[in-house]
Design a protein around this ligand. Sequence first.
Ligand code: SF4
Length: 257
Amino acid sequence: MNTNSVSVSDPRCEKCPFRNQKRVPSSGDIRKAKYILVGEAPGRNEVVKMEPFVGETGTLLQAFFDRVDLDLHGEDFYLMNALSCQVRRKPSIPQAVACCRQRVINEILEADPRQTTLVVMGKVARDTLFPKETGGILGSRGWRKLGKFNVYVMAHPSYYLYNPDEAPMLAKDVSRIKRGRLPQIGPFELTTDVPLGPSEFITVKLPPYAYDRDSTYRATILDTHEKLKWFIRELNEVPLSSRDLISFDLETDQVDF
Ligand code: SF4
């Protein structure tokens, strides 16, 4: 049951560049849903079937949710897009996001934050619900709060259609969503404005006795405030019961205190 689909005459749509495109309503019963998935905008298949997440992306996502026994089109899910209408011109997306934001918020506010996890998929959805956040979507990945809702931000599943080697990251996202947000050892906060050095990423190969099946890890030098914020968000996700060791090295040789 869709309780808050947008009507053709909605005044919020008047300035939207996609107002003449097909509108795809959200699907599911938001008052009963345990998970609200917010995608980007309907694709070709969604427009034909008038339902979100029924194209290639939805199929990929279901394959990963199968691993944790969740049915994307079952009663636990409410599926919606940040933009209800099909995107025609990518440069017009920010304008459409501004027009559609209140519709997204109104829909979400019908859910019960005590029983519902909000899953924000992709940059368009993130820009809709966290308009002050900048940078790539991978830097936003992880848990946070929006009002009383627990929110998990992740890359849009279509990213993995083009980057299949990164699929372990999608598997991790899906298992985190199923597990739910755990108690934290934080909160840790970033309290410095000290200028940081140039960006650099390195990839390291860990020895085979490392604790994960996948022994290749990307190490990030946290030399910008955006990266530090991402790191702190990740750190805040570590469960109290975890026996993992977190180790990091703070270089201060170029910092003038
Ligand atoms: S994308 Fe949103 S704001 Fe734009 S026309 Fe569709 S429903 Fe209206």
